[in-house]
Each structure stands twice: as structure tokens, then as C-alpha cells.
Ligand binder design. Structure first.
Ligand code: 5AD
Ligand code: SF4
Length: 364
């Protein structure tokens, strides 16, 4: 059965949902490697062996939400909460510019308030004054009103990441308290698109209760929503959350979760071809070189963490989050070297918009 799917990929025939399921379930090492090879081959064909960089600034871990899986959920009293000052954020953005990263992501817990909207707007204005429009700016600040999205867009942001977490509303309901709405999240994705943002979404894989059919539907959701960017990663339990309490993963479970995360990247690349796919940090939580493996599976974006060491410990969405002391400063040159070693070319000083975005807007 699987060999027929491999033949279809070779012949460039259109894959069906059932084919995607077989590829995602190709867990034996030999088949897994073939899926990886097709992921990388498709990236090579549509994008090249190139990596775009997004310097990640985790500007606040204060969140009004209570997602059952996340370490910085509102009710986790074990986290020291912080918010960077606008000066600190602008200084980080400047560092990214000096490193020639080309683009940055401002990420944080979800706060819907006039004060927070002003704070972000002010930061965006100040970054634009500092960089003369040179940096790409992505926001990842959760669900907001269409007005807030519009203000931030006008102030200089042009990409927005909002993961749907799962395309299955029932599974979503199991992972979130009743006042978190899947439908509202989809409305937000639509509002972002209408505003003019390049929209990114994504899911976690390996969630309790999640089936391969769910993952297939996730990939179809990406296609139907016509997204420009995708960020996916394995779910990694966090001990201070309702979903992760008391869970210790065996090394076998870690490996399986990593492998599934990698197949999800490869299959998404094979099916959607020209979108930007980020190699999530959660891959690295499961294995040191997880992020590099993500690139070899077909991802073409990495998000080096630029949050200063003083705050990193407090921005732990999951246990064993890597890079608590790395990615910034001296260690950046080590990452550069690792990327070169695996045959990737780093795109410096480029926004790194997805080819899909250009293709999509050319039709609009
Ligand atoms: N494991 C993996 N990813 C997680 N996220 C939150 N908690 C976890 C976890 N325990 C992801 C969610 C969110 C993104 C910012 O981090 O998908 O959208
Ligand atoms: Fe908040 Fe996002 Fe974590 Fe949910 S996943 S608790 S919205 S930071």
C-alpha cells in the first residue's frame, strides 16, 4: 500500500487523504526515512535548501488563557510572570537586525486590553523608526479583536501566527476550558487574513486522544485555509499543567513523538509544497538536534530564541524546553555552523516570505 503512495509521489500524482494517513503512519525506520527523503526532496524542488530566520522575542508570559497543556497558563502559580519593557524589545530587535536575521517574531501570552494593544503598537512604531522598515515583523499574541489586529498591522506588523492547535473542534474542546472557543479562533484567522496579514497557523501532534485521521484533517485544514506559514510541533507534557501532570515520557515515547512530528512536517511539505514551515523548538525538547531534523524533513524556517536568559526560564510552555541559555550571542555562531553542516544555506537580511504567499496574492 505504502509503496503505491511512494509511486504517486514519484509520479507527482495528487495525494488523497488516505495516502496522507499511510505516510503519517509509516513508523518503521526504513519507511520513515523514505518519507523524510521525500519531504526534503520536495523542499529542495520548491524552496531550495534554504533556511529563513525569525528572531524570537518572548515579550511577556502573562496570559489570560488556561489551555490545559501549556506551562504559562493563567492558573499555573509556579511561574514568575514578566513583561519586557518596550526598550528591551526594541534592543532585541536591533540585535536581530545586526545579526542580519531579516525578520523577528514578537510572541507572548494572550492579553486583550487597551493597555496591551497600545504597548504593542508603541513597540511596532519604535521598531519601525529604528530599522527603517528593514525587519520582517511577525506577531504571535493570540486572539484579539479585528480592530486590534488592524491597528497592529497599520503600525508595521505584516505576519501573524495563530495556531488552531487541532482542526478537530471536539479534540480542541478536550484541551481547553469551556470558555475557549474553536470557532472564535477560526474567526480570528479569517479576521487576520482580511486585514492583510500573511497568516500562519499550526497544530500540536501526539496529543492525548488525537488520531492519525485528525492529523490528516489538520493538513487539509491548512490547505483549505490557504495559509502561508505553518508551525507544528510535538506536544511535550509540562508537569504543572492538567494535561501533563505526573507524566514522564520514556525514551521510546520521546522518540515516537519526535518521529511523528517529523513525519507531520514531511507530509505537509509533500502535500502543500510551497508554504513556509517552521521547525518548532518543541522538536529540540525531544532531541538535541530535533530542529535540524525538522529542516531535513522539509521545514525551511527556524526561530532562534533571542529572549534574554533572565526571562527564559519563565517562558516554559513545556518541560525540557531547550535554549534556556543558548541561541543568543556566541552560541548563534554554533547554530550557524550546524546548519551549514547539514547542507542548509541561511538567508540573511531577507524577510523570507513564503512562495505560497506570492502565488496566492498574484491570484487575488
Ligand atoms: N507542548 C508543545 N507545544 C506547546 N504549546 C503550548 N504548550 C505546549 C506543549 N506543552 C504550543 C501551542 C501554542 C504555541 C505558542 O506553543 O501550540 O500555540
Ligand atoms: Fe496562553 Fe497560548 Fe499558553 Fe494557551 S497556549 S495558555 S493562550 S500562552
Amino acid at each position: 500500500m505504502l509503496t503505491k503512495v511512494f509511486d504517486k509521489i514519484e509520479n507527482k500524482s495528487e495525494l488523497q487523504p488516505e495516502d496522507l494517513r499511510l505516510l503519517l503512519e509509516a513508523a518503521n525506520p526504513r519507511e520513515h526515512e523514505i518519507v523524510m527523503r521525500y519531504g526534503l526532496q520536495t523542499k529542495e524542488e520548491f524552496i531550495g535548501r534554504k533556511v529563513s530566520l525569525r528572531g524570537l522575542i518572548e515579550l511577556s508570559n502573562i496570559c489570560s488563557k488556561n489551555c490545559y497543556y501549556c506551562g504559562i497558563r493563567k492558573d499555573n502559580r509556579h511561574v514568575g510572570r514578566y513583561r519586557l519593557t518596550a526598550d528591551e524589545v526594541v534592543a532585541s530587535a536591533q540585535w536581530a537586525l545586526e545579526q542580519r536575521f531579516g525578520s523577528i517574531v514578537l510572541q507572548g501570552g494572550e492579553i486583550e486590553s487597551p493597555g496591551f494593544t497600545d504597548f504593542i503598537e508603541d513597540i511596532l512604531h519604535r521598531i519601525r523608526e529604528m530599522d527603517g522598515g528593514r525587519l520582517g515583523i511577525t506577531l504571535s499574541l493570540g486572539e484579539q479583536s479585528p480592530e486590534t489586529y488592524a491597528r497592529w498591522f497599520k503600525a508595521g506588523a505584516h505576519r501573524y501566527l495563530l495556531r488552531i492547535e487541532s482542526s478537530n473542534p471536539k479534540l480542541y474542546a478536550q484541551l481547553h476550558p469551556a470558555n475557549h472557543s474553536w470557532e472564535h479562533r477560526v474567526d480570528c484567522l479569517r479576521a487576520l487574513r482580511n486585514c492583510g496579514y500573511q497568516v500562519g497557523t499550526g497544530v500540536m501532534c501526539g496529543l492525548p486522544g488525537q488520531t492519525t485521521e485528525d492529523l490528516v484533517r489538520d493538513i487539509l485544514f491548512f490547505r483549505d485555509f490557504d495559509v502561508d506559514m505553518i508551525g507544528m510541533g510535538p506536544y511535550v507534557p509540562h508537569g504543572d499543567t492538567p494535561l501533563g501532570k505526573g507524566i514522564v515520557m520514556s525514551s521510546e515515547e520521546k522518540y515516537e513523538r519526535l518521529a511523528l512530528g517529523l513525519r507531520m512536517i514531511a507530509v505537509t511539505r509533500i502535500f502543500l509544497q510551497d508554504v513556509n514551515i517552521a521547525s518548532a523548538t518543541a522538536l529540540q525538547a525531544l532531541r538535541d538536534d530535533g530542529r535540524e531534523l525538522g529542516l531535513l524533513a522539509g521545514a525551511n524556517v527556524i526561530m532562534p530564541n533571542m529572549t534574554s536568559a533572565a526571562y527564559r526560564e519563565s517562558y516554559k510552555l513545556y518541560d525540557n524546553k531547550p535554549g534556556i541559555y543558548s541561541d543568543c550571542g556566541e552560541t548563534w555562531s554554533q547554530i550557524e555552523q550546524r546548519l551549514q553542516e547539514i547542507g542548509e544555506t541561511i538567508l540573511y537580511d531577507e524577510w523570507g516570505d513564503s512562495r505560497h504567499f506570492y502565488a496566492r496574492t498574484a491570484h487575488d
